[in-house]
Design a protein around this ligand. Structure first.
Ligand SMILES: Cc1cc2nc3c(=O)[nH]c(=O)nc-3n(C[C@H](O)[C@H](O)[C@H](O)COP(=O)(O)OP(=O)(O)OC[C@H]3O[C@@H](n4cnc5c(N)ncnc54)[C@H](O)[C@@H]3O)c2cc1C
Length: 436
């Protein structure tokens, strides 16, 4: 009988193992803790939350909430346990983390189809395998993944600039242009006069930063990838000669030369998301919001992904994975969790679930489940496996990657209605999935 190797009993690996086991498939679940630790995990339990105890929205008022709903409809196991362990947190789903890990661990330990092996895996095994060793994958295994993906397709550190929704940008102030009018006018530019730049600079140099973890402190940043706060600390004008250089960027409507310009580059093929060029940052999220909203044109901007800098092992999924989470090179090998370049607890559990479902289908010679971009999980898996990415960075669930819904003209800015329509459409798709 086929036995599936699942590497890592974190959020994704635990979910994947339970999906396989309940379909009658034998699993060898490998976990290196407590023999070897990651630097962030604190217990020897499975599915440990390494930082916050919140999984984000508990209802469908935002994209993460919809992802939870989809998991529930598709038979997710950890989401059920999370609801059982919920603690009061407004409309967020926060859990008693110890109880949650305890329950997941017990469920796995008592499952006769799951064989737990408490060992570090040092190379990608032969045979049917789901890789779910997470952002803090041990070094030896990371080297093996590096070999499999070819070195340039494995990343060890995130230095990410914020991503925002185009629809929330004020185009009375922002303008489309490429520097010196070269090629298409494909960048969105937010112009600043001297006073606006001074205000921005003062917010930036006084903004609080996120403390790096001990194991992250030795990380070396490339000079071209320095956080904006580090550049700003070098002098008042450094940013104006770097990522905020105004030369060659003129708004044809005004003809005015600007003192500084923030550029935004298209981030997804649907042209709904844009990232701030050169704005990788380690500022606290509240401070990032204040800083971005001080930029002319971004006063009401909707940030779908904040900038982060932390250790994060992830593969270059656009070159490696299909939207089913199967690798293109080896059909019996799937990836799940943060390793795939999806970001967040809920996303890790969701991709673990999909990898488990699809591995079971693969073994049974059934068609793999590929969800459409009309659903949140489909939008995520299609995003990470989209070959058109040139500079892939991890993404969490957000409305910007879902196929847009057509809103009546007078309702264009009605975010609540937009969310409701996306949710209804997704539920219709998911409830039609066969053989779940
Ligand atoms: C420091 C840090 C803080 C984070 N904070 C948050 C947050 O607050 N909110 C949020 O939504 N997301 C957060 N994330 C992102 C992400 O959601 C979590 O890391 C999440 O746990 C990822 O799930 P996973 O299943 O991919 O990996 P994990 O849950 O980390 O599971 C991977 C498992 O694989 C094991 N493993 C690793 N290497 C091997 C090996 N060679 N052999 C056997 N086992 C191995 C590990 O011990 C671990 O148990 C954080 C990430 C990091 C690194």
């Amino acid at each position: 009988m086929t036995e599936v190797n699942v590497i890592g009993a974190g959020l994704a690996g635990s979910e994947a193992a339970l999906q396989l086991a309940k379909r009658g498939i034998k699993v060898n679940l490998y976990e290196m803790r407590p023999k070897k630790n990651t630097g962030a995990h604190k217990t020897d339990k499975f599915a440990e939350f390494v930082c916050s105890n919140s999984l984000g929205a508990g209802d469908c008022s935002n994209a993460s909430g919809l992802l939870k709903k989809e998991m529930e409809l598709l038979g997710g196991e950890l989401i059920k346990i999370a609801r059982e362990c919920a603690v009061p947190a407004g409309n967020a789903l926060a859990v008693d983390r110890e109880l949650f890990s305890e329950k997941v661990t017990k469920k796995i330990e008592s499952d006769k189809n799951i064989n737990i092996i408490k060992e570090e895996v040092t190379s990608i095994p032969d045979g049917v395998t789901i890789m779910a060793s997470g952002p803090l994958t041990s070094e030896k295994l990371a080297n093996s993944i590096k070999e499999f993906t070819q070195s340039e397709h494995l990343h060890f550190f995130d230095a990410i600039a914020p991503i925002v929704e185009k629809d929330s940008i004020d185009f009375d102030k922002a303008f489309w242009a490429s520097r010196y009018d070269k090629g298409e006018a494909s960048y969105i530019n937010c112009p600043m006069n001297k006073q606006e730049y001074e205000n921005f600079y003062n917010i930036l140099i006084n903004a609080p930063k996120i403390e790096l973890k001990e194991f992250e402190k030795n990380a070396k940043f490339f000079e071209s990838c320095l956080p904006i706060e580090v550049l700003a600390s070098r002098g008042f004008d450094t940013l104006r000669f770097g990522p905020m250089k105004p030369v060659g960027l003129v708004d044809k409507r005004t003809g005015v030369e600007n003192y500084a310009v923030v550029q935004l580059r298209q981030d997804n093929s649907a042209k709904t998301l844009f990232n701030l060029v050169g704005f990788q940052t380690n500022l606290k999220w509240g401070a990032q919001k204040e800083l971005l909203q001080s930029i002319p044109g971004l006063e009401n901007v909707n940030i779908v992904r904040y900038g982060v800098m932390h250790r994060n092992t992830f593969i270059n999924s656009p070159k490696i994975l299909n939207p089913s989470l199967q690798t293109r090179k080896r059909p019996d090998l799937f990836f799940a969790g943060q390793l795939t370049g999806t970001e967040g607890y809920t996303e890790s559990i969701a991709t673990g679930m999909l990898a488990g479902i699809n591995m079971a289908r693969y073994i049974n010679n059934e068609k793999l489940l590929i969800l459409p971009k009309e659903t949140m999980l489909g939008a995520l898996t299609q995003y990470i496996s989209d070959e058109n990415h040139t500079k892939f960075q991890p993404i969490n669930s957000n409305w910007g990657i879902v196929t847009p819904v057509e809103l009546p003209k007078k309702e264009r800015k009605n975010k609540k209605l937009k969310a409701e329509m996306i949710v209804t459409r997704s539920i219709e798709y998911i409830t039609c999935v066969e053989n779940i």
